[in-house]
Ligand binder design. Structure first.
Ligand code: PLP
Ligand SMILES: N[C@@H](CCOP(=O)(O)O)C(=O)O
Length: 467
């Protein structure tokens, strides 16, 4: 499979090159040149497979010919071996026609592990083949960071530098990152928002000499391999609920738009998905777009669901490119204008195409807390402040006869304060994290400037302390 940039001005690359490159050199995001399509019998053949094998079969067309199905299967088996639930992505029914798919049974208790564990093995495989090493720089609003650290810690060919917005993650999320003391891990607490962190990462990638000097790679969802590894769980849930003979809808708590884009990709591959529901918190740019074609950046406000405190959703660019009929020039113009003015005028017919498939619902903190409480009272299900927004969106948009699956993206124990406030219940951390609050932390606070981050990345590579 070859990959092309959404901005049309970067070389087409193979899967392994896209994995190592992350962001395209023209600032765009990579997408498959052509979409693989599965037939009814292809989908049926996946029914009942163990999750790692299903994942490898769904990802195989994207990785070919660089990585064979057999290799992919071995890597997926290794990636999911450490998950705490035997089904990896179990489904639970919480209401009439409404199901929850739990994506948080990996080592860091969030859906990021689903792809990041595979990426860790993919990086190791490709870098060993090429005898190379890379520096991964990633931005996190709370969950990507720890998942990336967990997937990369101790790997000889990888150094990982994580930028988190200082004071804007939960304490559990911060400690999951900052208590990992392996020498190839650096944590930077950036004086800014997640959007600042993400912009800084993209700016480093745009600085070609720095990018080459450091051999930069990305593990945020700007990296296509992240999206590819998030497609299989949609397939798994849909097959369990009757696909391909029956349509299924999904509701996804959304921030950087990577998770729901993976659902869109599954549909593009032929999975019968009727409807996709975006759940937002008060940082509701995506919901405003879907409801009123209002794509205007407002300041990021802290919320009970910090991982979704995002206004500039990277992967929206991938959807936009597709909705524009793959017109890369128009996509580049719209994206550049958006970043310059904070507003994007999306053509009405493009917006309508998005509305045919997507709906949006935004909950503020009071509504989120009330939803945690009412889901718990109605069904006994304890959903974290991110997952509950998906569940509420799924409840509101479900249609008779079409199962709705809400993606549960994080374990409630990552957000103890919100859970206690809503329900009075303190969810326990699993045994491997039981002493998290006693562990020593290591991180450096840095201003949100490109030079400060470059200095910190250089220092990290030179082995400088980040205490
Ligand atoms: C727990 C949780 N839920 C939802 C999201 C939003 O997912 P996405 O950024 O893929 O839209 C994130 C962060 O990305 C997250 O960490
Ligand atoms: N919510 C994310 C933000 C980064 O998203 P990504 O999917 O692009 O890595 C986080 O928790 O860090």
């Amino acid at each position: 499979m070859r990959y092309i940039s959404t901005r049309g001005n970067a070389p087409a690359l193979s899967f392994s090159d896209v994995l190592l490159t992350g962001l395209a050199e023209d600032g765009g995001l990579y997408l498959p040149e052509t979409w693989p399509e599965f037939s009814l019998s292809d989908w049926r053949a996946l029914r009942g497979l163990p999750y790692p094998e299903l994942a490898a079969r769904v990802m195989a067309p994207f990785a070919a010919p660089d990585i064979s199905f057999e290799t992919l299967k071995t890597l997926c088996e290794r990636a999911y071996a450490g998950f705490s639930h035997p089904a990896v992505v179990p489904l639970t029914q919480v209401d009439d026609g409404l199901f929850v798919q739990e994506l948080f049974h990996g080592p860091t208790l969030a859906f990021k592990d689903m792809a990041m564990q595979v990426l860790g093995h993919l990086f190791e495989h490709v870098l060993t083949q090429r005898n190379e090493r890379v520096t991964i720089v990633a931005a996190t609003s709370g969950d990507t960071g720890s998942a990336a650290i967990e997937a990369c810690r101790g790997r000889e060919r990888l150094s990982v530098v994580i930028l988190h917005p200082k004071g804007r993650t939960s304490e559990v999320q911060r400690r999951q990152m900052t208590t990992v003391l392996e020498p190839n891990v650096t944590n930077l607490a950036v004086e800014g928002t997640f959007d600042d962190c993400q912009d800084l990462v993209k700016a480093l990638f745009a600085d070609m000499s720095f990018r080459r000097e450091m051999n930069l790679s990305a593990v945020n969802s700007i990296n296509w391999a992240r999206i590819a590894a998030q497609i299989p769980y949609y397939v798994h849930a849909a097959l369990a609920l009757g696909a391909p003979e029956r349509e299924v809808s999904f509701a996804v708590p959304t921030g950087n738009f990577g998770n729901i884009l993976a659902a869109w990709a599954a549909r593009r591959m032929g999975l019968p998905i009727r409807h996709l529901c975006v759940g937002s918190n008060r940082n509701d740019i995506l919901t405003r777009f879907l409801n009123a074609n209002d794509m205007t950046i407002k300041g990021v406000v802290p919320s009970l669901s910090p991982s979704m405190d995002i206004q500039v959703s990277s992967n929206f660019e991938r959807l936009l490119f597709e909705l524009l009929g793959r017109d890369a020039k128009r996509c580049a113009e719209l994206m550049t204008g958006f970043r310059a003015s904070g507003h994007m005028d999306i053509p009405a017919e493009t917006w309508e195409r998005a509305r045919d498939l997507f709906s949006g619902l935004a909950l503020d903190d009071a509504q989120t807390e009330a939803a945690i409480r009412s889901v718990h009272l109605r069904s006994g299900y304890l959903a974290d402040p991110h997952s509950v927004i998906g569940i509420e969106a799924g409840r509101q948009f479900r249609q008779p006869g079409i199962p709705m699956v809400a993606e549960a993206t994080a374990h409630p124990a990552k957000f103890p304060d919100a859970m206690v406030a809503a329900t009075g219940i303190l969810p326990a951390l699993p045994p491997h994290m039981a002493d998290l609050f006693e562990r020593r932390e290591r991180y450096r606070t840095v201003p949100a400037t490109q030079n400060a981050i470059k200095d910190a990345v250089r220092a990290a590579l030179a082995g400088g302390s980040t205490d």
